[in-house]
Structure formats: structure tokens, C-alpha cells
Design a binder for this molecule. Structure first.
Ligand code: CO8
Length: 259
């Protein structure tokens, strides 16, 4: 697939979606977002893709929405931009496969918000995180006020959103924004290692766990527990459940099949 603002490649069962607008630190404009949407849709459709990685390059994951583009926006065009952004984010966050954000350099504003849509965030030591929207006279418009407090708690999120200041990778790890921090030179290798652990897991159970957590967070606990029960019981109708439990009893490594 040839896209202008996204390099898309697949290695074995892992799809790598790399932002490709380095001269603007991968700032998001409608064209970048549409290319991202195409790449994400392709990952959903291609059954041999088991894990999806979102990445930038050394200096920037994504430094936010394109401020030059937004500087000309009025209320209607702000709606258009955020409608598109939210649609792409929904596709990313609802992907039926695990997603990993491999973050190096700046992950700011809309860039951090895309990373928040991923299941796992692996950060290089040089990563810088922030929601600087307040410094531009606006607030986060791609889920920052919603997803960030859910992930790191209201206290830490409020500080980031009110002050608009940037934090480094260690601080991001400390507040639970990222799962791990690794040296920049090891970022790709660590992401590959994490992805291969996921590939070894039963795909349907991973999907069920993702649905249970993502949907569960927005509904009352009682309903969430019922949903978990349904998904748990549904998995007893799969080959993978039989294989997983037989392998345990036979003291061998399970060989999962269902994709
Ligand atoms: N938008 C447009 N251009 C940008 C952006 C951006 N967000 N970030 C960097 N650039 C451009 C610069 O203008 C510069 O271009 P040029 O060379 O043509 O002048 C080039 O990228 C390199 O950037 P700098 O020279 O500024 O590089 P520095 O190393 O000096 O600084 C910084 C790096 C600190 C990251 C700095 O570029 C910066 O502060 N960027 C803006 C960060 C920001 O405020 N981001 C939040 C934007 S608001 C937002 O994201 C709202 C989201 C709304 C939802 C969208 C739906 C998904």
C-alpha cells in the first residue's frame, strides 16, 4: 500500500504504521489522518496481521495537530477536524488486534491522544509527552480530557492539561502513562519482543480481554461484570480454550490456532 504521510509495512504478523511527515514533526492535518485511517482499516481487514504498531521517527512520534492548519479554522472547521480525528481514533481504539505505540521524541497534543488509543505504550528514553493545547488557547480535542484521566487518574491528568507542560519518559512511566521506557536504540527490538509475546497468545482471548476492558470502563461495574462473564463463557466454545487447558494438563506448550 502506498500512502503519502504513512509508511506502512508488514513483517511477519506485525503491521508497522509509521508517520511520515518528518519536516513538520509528523503534525497531523486532515491528509495525515486520512492516510492513518486507511492504514488502520487495512490492519483490521488483513487476517494475517496479529499486532499493530504505531511509530514516528527519532525526533517525533507526533508533535500534535497541525497548528498552521488550525490557525485558519473557525468553529465549523474545528468540528470537521475533530470529527475526522475522533473517527480515526475510534477505528484505532476499536481494532480487534492489540496495538502498541512505539514512542520516541515528541508525543504532544493529538499525537499523545493517538498513543492513548493504543493498548500498550513503549517509550524511548528521549520521549517527551504533553498536552500543550492550553498554551494555544484551546483544550485537547482528540480525547485527551477523557482518555488521559482514565489512564493516569484525574490528579496527574489535570496537572498536564491545566499547565500544558511537557514531561519526560521517566515521569511518564511514574504516572502510568507508558508501560515501559527503553533506550532509543532498543525501542524497535523491545517492541518486536513485546509483539511476539502477544502473537504467541490466543488471538480470540486477547480480543475478548480487549473488548471487556475497553467497553467495561464506560459502563457501571455490574454491567461490566456481566459482559466479562459472557465473554469468559463464550471462550469455552473455542478450540483455543481446549488447547490451552489440554496443554496445561499435558505439561506442554499450547499451539493456538484461532485467529
Ligand atoms: N503543527 C505544525 N507544525 C509543527 C508542529 C505542529 N504541531 N510541531 C512542529 N511543527 C513544525 C515547526 O513549525 C517546524 O516547521 P518549519 O521548519 O517549517 O518552521 C518544524 O515542525 C520543526 O519544529 P521546530 O522547529 O519547532 O522544532 P523544535 O525542536 O524547535 O521544537 C517542539 C519542537 C517543542 C515540538 C515545537 O515544534 C512545538 O512546540 N510544536 C507544537 C507542539 C504543540 O503545541 N502541539 C499541540 C498542538 S494542538 C493539538 O494537537 C490539538 C489536537 C486536536 C485533535 C486533533 C484530532 C486528532
Amino acid at each position: 500500500m502506498k500512502l503519502k504521510y504513512i509508511n506502512f509495512r508488514r513483517k511477519d504478523s506485525v503491521a508497522w504504521i509509521q508517520f511520515n511527515r518528518p519536516e513538520k514533526l509528523n503534525a497531523l492535518n486532515p491528509n495525515v489522518l486520512k492516510d492513518l485511517e486507511t492504514a488502520v482499516a487495512c490492519c483490521e481487514e488483513e487476517h494475517f496481521v496479529r499486532v499493530v504498531v504505531l511509530m514516528g521517527y527519532e525526533k517525533a512520534f507526533v508533535a500534535g495537530a497541525d497548528i498552521e492548519h488550525m490557525s485558519k479554522a473557525d468553529v465549523n472547521s474545528a468540528y470537521e477536524l475533530t470529527d475526522l480525528g475522533l473517527r480515526v481514533q475510534e477505528r484505532l481504539s476499536d481494532l480487534s488486534k492489540p496495538t502498541i505505540a512505539a514512542i520516541s521524541g515528541y508525543a504532544l497534543g493529538g499525537g499523545l491522544e493517538l498513543a492513548l488509543c493504543c493498548d500498550i505504550r513503549i517509550s524511548a528514553e528521549n520521549a517527551i509527552f504533553g498536552l500543550p493545547e492550553i498554551t494555544l488557547g484551546i483544550i485537547p480535542g482528540g480525547g485527551g480530557t477523557q482518555r488521559l484521566p482514565r489512564l493516569v487518574g484525574v490528579g496527574a491528568a489535570t496537572e498536564l492539561i491545566f499547565l500544558g507542560e511537557m514531561i519526560n519518559a521517566d515521569k511518564a512511566k511514574q504516572i502510568g502513562l507508558v508501560n515501559m521506557v527503553v533506550p532509543l536504540g532498543r525501542l524497535k527490538g523491545e517492541v518486536e519482543a513485546f509483539a511476539s509475546k502477544l502473537i504467541d497468545k490466543p488471538a480470540l482471548a486477547l480480543r475478548a480481554a480487549k473488548i471487556a476492558m475497553r467497553r467495561g470502563i464506560g459502563i457501571p461495574l455490574k454491567e461490566g461484570l456481566q459482559m466479562e462473564q459472557s465473554l469468559f463463557c463464550m471462550l469455552f466454545g473455542t478450540e483455543d480454550q481446549k488447547e490451552g487447558m489440554s496443554a496445561f494438563l499435558e505439561r506442554r506448550k499450547p499451539m493456538y490456532r484461532e485467529k
